[in-house]
Design a protein around this ligand. Structure first.
Ligand SMILES: [Ca+2]
Ligand SMILES: [Ca+2]
Length: 195
């Protein structure tokens, strides 16, 4: 029977070579534990673990947290209905005196000052102080635009029901939320988040 005979130093060098290879793999693995970790959403890797930016969680920062609060700092009315459904004008001889009402459930979170004789073709802005604190971002809110009438019942100009976190989630915490849908009624909310 054929028997391969190799010199003894062949085995010695092979074993040594194998050992060095293993050592090198070990060293390279130890040298960069972050090599196989890809931290998402601005997270950074240290010792193989991701350190996530505020609002993100998961071993690679892949998940958005649900905020415990959404803060509304400012609201723009970008479009408003030029006339009431019944026709005519919002006020007898001049523009509507517009104000905002923001509610969640039965809580009125904002009942703003009014802007007198608004131009229905213009946009308007309210910087809120104090800000609105939405403490239940997964519950339905309501935003209304109204016309203040000192001598009669105020006019409801239009509004929306919306659930803030349903609209915002999956978008990496944008700083604005646009609420629109019906013609001539568009709001823009400037928001920040508390986790
Ligand atoms: Ca009116
Ligand atoms: Ca008016």
């Amino acid at each position: 029977m054929f028997k391969l005979k190799l010199p003894q130093h062949f085995w010695r060098s092979s074993i040594l070579f194998g050992f060095i290879c293993l050592l090198m793999i070990g060293i390279s693995g130890c040298a960069d534990p972050c090599k196989k970790v890809s931290c998402q959403n601005g997270g950074t890797c240290s010792d193989g673990d991701c350190s996530c930016k505020t609002g993100f969680s998961g071993n690679e920062c892949q998940n958005e947290k649900t905020p415990i609060k959404i803060i509304v700092n400012k609201i723009d009315v970008l479009q408003m209905p030029p006339i009431p459904p019944s026709g005519g004008g919002w006020d007898a001889s001049n523009g509507p005196d517009i104000y905002l009402v923001f509610k969640q459930g039965s809580s009125i979170l904002l009942d703003s000052d009014y802007i007198q004789d608004a131009d229905v073709n213009s946009g308007y802005s309210w910087t809120l102080s104090p800000s609105i604190e939405i403490t239940s971002p997964t519950s339905q809110c309501e935003i209304d635009l109204r016309d203040y009438d000192s001598t009669s019942a105020n006019d409801f100009m239009g509004g929306y029901y919306f659930t803030p976190w349903d609209m915002l989630k999956g978008n990496k915490f944008p700083s604005t939320l646009t609420i629109e849908g019906t013609p001539n009624l568009k709001f823009k909310l400037y928001v920040s988040y508390v986790f």
